[in-house]
Design a protein around this ligand. Sequence first.
Ligand SMILES: [Mg+2]
Length: 224
Amino acid sequence: KAVNAKLRAHYPESQELFKVILIDDNRSDELNNAIREHKIAAAVMKTPGEMAEVSESELRIAFDGDAVLFSNESERVYASEGLEAFYRNEREKVNDPMKEGPFKGFLQVLVKLQRKLHDKKLLDKKCPIRTYLVTSRGGGSPGFRALNTLRYWGLEIDEALFLAGAPKGPMLEKIRPHIFFDDQMFHVEGAAEMGTVACHVPYGIAQRVPKKGIKDKEISSAPK
Ligand SMILES: [Mg+2]
């Protein structure tokens, strides 16, 4: 509502408004097919028992990186060749943009709306849309590659948080996004436990690699 009120106020002639479509159906086979075949941004929403209070005047949207904004190409390297190979891959390809993931298009639309509002001098805190990258990638090459990819696409993100394996829930509790997207169920659950509306993106290798048996130490620095 806050975003649309600003858009209507500054662009009364435009029909370009923020819309959300909720489908009361979580048959994941169909979702998976839709994502794979049509590259649509779809996710299964998990609502927390107790929801954290969120801003009424600013829409905050948080995204995971790998297999959400970005493709799962780096994750595949980690899954098949291990952590060292992952780091080597990110070092060697730090300036090669990753391919797009299922939610790149959604970020693109948000950035487009932000730019329209920026054009009307609604900058920084005055802009009613704020975007966040919340990734388990750490600093160094893995982090730079994520930023370089966004730069290559010409998409600014308001805040990029490189958690280097730290749990996402507490950080999201501070950000208080209206919605968070991640392909790894344990991040979705961790976020929901801390009061964030979190959505599971059924895309990428995380849907096939069993998490059990992977040591915490390894998970802590892997791309998620
Ligand atoms: Mg991920």
